[in-house]
Design a protein around this ligand. Sequence first.
Ligand code: ZN
Length: 203
Amino acid sequence: MKIICIGRNYAEHIAELNNERPSEPVIFIKPDSAVLPKEQDFYIPDFSKDIHYEVEVLVKIKKVGKHIAKAFAPKYYDEIGLGIDFTARDLQGQLKEKGLPWEKAKGFDGAAVIGTWVAKDKLANLGQLGFELKKNGVVVQSGNTSHMLYSIDEIISYVSQFFTLKKGDVIFTGTPAGVGKVAPNDYLSGILENQELFTVTIK
Ligand code: ZN
């Protein structure tokens, strides 16, 4: 299984990191070893002093496909989720400055939190999903899929031009504004349409 992530998909988050608005989706990949095992705590790695949370809506691919037209994209997923794209912001900054790939800052062990999946038929409108991340009970990120620059179906269509999508692959669709640092003993929880889909304790 592979994890495909979209960067810079919400205008307000692009602004908070002083990034350029992309003319096409920004894509990167996390290895399957990045998935934080269920019920496991997240340990801040030694190589970073600035690990950020990024809450994101997830899509699980249900069958193999490539060159998928946007109109047919809904046939390739039945489940929607919520997760965290943990990012070593300090390391990412150094890599970006040198024009180097971000993988070390985004693909390390535990950097992908994947919550409980929800059947898409249980959700009224995928283009208008509200979601939030709470840190120690306080909302720190709050987003809505209606603010995405590229919709789920556009992402699937775009990504599948480059990578064959396979059953079980997961797409992280980008984070809204409000990203921030985690510290030991923080407790994070992710909510999609009033349903809590994951909790993580930071160590
Ligand atoms: Zn992200």
